[in-house]
Write a protein that binds this ligand. Structure first.
Ligand SMILES: [Zn+2]
Length: 489
């Protein structure tokens, strides 16, 4: 019997919390684009005689996330020092949580391709501070073969929330889905921007492979995956690599590997984490964290609607197809925009259609959010009403929408600027348009009159031109009749 291989994947996600100040001092968390080592103070540099003070906002953000992930938030937790020596760590220890994390035992529910649900366990969620950043400079300015390194401590002390999953994930696609769900959640909750590219959300994966003959390879830890796509590709590569080794009877070693996105491979790397005894011990400068009476109840009450709840409601209340409901609930701003249209009187179906085509198109072009979209939901609803009442064709409405978005025009201004006639183009106006089209296409008219348009293609061509001139505002039947009449003369 041929061997089969089952991947076993657990993910550790570091999420940078969107607080204004750092985890244990009042330094700004806004370090992107700042001069190195300007957002620092004696506390985050760990100078002797300084005392850390815990940022309550970070605790609130982490607790919010934990509750949304169905975790049990512990009323009494504490901080530890995680000791290791590395230049990115000014104190030579990182303040983190160890045996008593803020929250434990949660789960997130994924929807599989076939629509079935699957729960991925969350083992723990805890708070810790970020480290500084090393920049290695070689003589040619590149990173490899660096002659010296520079260190920037602006990032040291930024609050992170670490979310550790159970090894419940069994495929790269599932891992990608899990990360996408968590990213969506932190964005909905407003606790992080969840941006992977800038490092606000960092994912490490532990991967091993179980063989059907009972063997179980050791796990490798994969780092440096900077996008959802990279996570999927890195895991696919790694599972293939480990399965191949096990199939050949080789041993998989426990190691840390880095994903090289350009080359599409994982590479073994020596890492500071290897063979390390962190010598955790309780942080003597911080009291145990005891959550106030009522804190969790208040946090739960202040919780916004979660993305999966919005999804379900769009399906159930508005009868939106699952695929569209997923698109509309993907981002909180888009969900709110859609709902504002419906509240203003748009039909859910029509609003959904318009948002997933026109709104998304303009949002991508302008890189804006639905919150600051130039066409407000009430105005889009009014536009949809005009289409429904036959005052504007769908084509004309798209022009009008585009003008409102691009030039911030009011609805009536945009209708005028688009040159679309409110109401149908017919009778004398239509006749004039037809005459113009015929005059501009004398050769085609000549062909038709001399009987060279056997299949009627050229008549259709003229009809199309007329419709375009009227911006779709004429009745095709009337166009056809008037055109026929004109061609006879
Ligand atoms: Zn500081």
């Amino acid at each position: 019997m041929p061997l089969s291989f089952t991947p076993v994947i657990g993910l550790e996600i570091h999420v940078q919390l969107a607080t204004v100040s750092k985890l244990f001092c009042s330094c700004s968390t806004n370090y992107i684009g700042e001069k190195p080592n300007t957002n620092v103070c004696p506390v985050c540099l760990g100078l002797p005689g300084t005392l850390p003070v815990l940022n309550g906002r970070a605790v609130e953000f982490a607790a919010k996330t934990a509750l949304a992930l169905n975790c049990r938030v512990q009323n009494r937790t504490r901080f530890h020092r995680k000791n290791y020596f590395y230049p990115d760590l000014p104190k030579a220890y990182q303040i983190s949580q160890y045996d008593l994390p803020l929250a434990v035992d949660g789960y997130v529910e994924l929807t599989e391709a076939d629509g079935s649900k699957r729960r991925i366990g969350i083992q723990r969620l805890h708070l810790e501070e970020d480290t500084g950043k090393l920049v290695h400079i070689a003589s040619d300015g590149r990173l490899s073969g660096a002659l010296y390194s520079l260190v920037d401590y602006n990032r040291a002390g930024i609050p992170l929330m670490e979310i550790v999953s159970a090894p419940d994930i069994t495929s790269p696609a599932q891992a990608k889905e899990y990360v996408a769900r968590l990213r969506q959640l932190v964005r909905y909750l407003g606790v992080s921007d969840g941006d992977m590219e800038s490092g606000s959300l960092r994912v490490d994966a532990n991967v091993s492979v179980k063989v059907s003959d009972g063997r179980w390879g050791k796990k490798s830890e994969i780092k440096n995956m900077n996008s959802l796509r990279a996570i999927e590709r890195a895991l696919e590569y790694e599972i293939e690599r480990q399965s191949g080794m096990l199939a050949r009877g080789e041993e998989v070693e426990q190691e840390t590997r880095h994903w090289d996105d350009a080359a599409g491979v994982t590479r073994s790397s020596r890492s500071k984490e290897e063979a390390h005894d962190y010598r955790y011990f309780p942080e003597p400068d911080l009291l145990p964290l005891v959550l106030e009476e009522g804190f969790l109840e208040e946090t739960a009450e202040a919780m916004p609607e979660l993305p999966w709840e919005v999804f379900r409601r769009f399906e159930e209340v508005y009868g939106i197809e699952p695929e569209d409901a997923a698109l509309l609930s993907e981002r909180r701003d888009v969900a709110a925009y859609f709902e504002a249209c419906v509240m203003a009187g748009a039909s859910p179906d029509k609003a959904a259609n318009w948002i997933k085509t026109e709104l998304f198109r303009v949002m991508n072009e302008r890189k804006c959010s639905a919150d600051d979209f130039p066409v407000r939901p009430e105005v889009l609803t009014e536009l949809l009403r005009k289409v429904e009442q036959g005052e504007l064709s769908a084509t004309a409405a798209k022009d009008v929408f585009g003008l409102m978005a691009d030039r911030s025009l009011r609805l009536d201004e945009a209708i005028e600027a688009a040159g679309v006639f409110v109401g149908k183009v017919s009778g004398g106006t239509l006749k004039d348009i037809i005459d113009t089209v015929l005059r501009e296409n004398a050769e085609v008219v000549e062909d038709i009159k001399s009987g060279r348009d056997k299949k009627g293609k050229k008549v259709k061509f003229l009809q199309g031109l007329v419709m375009r001139h009227t911006k779709g505002q004429a009745d095709p039947q009337e166009v056809s009749e008037l055109l026929e009449e004109s061609l006879k003369n």
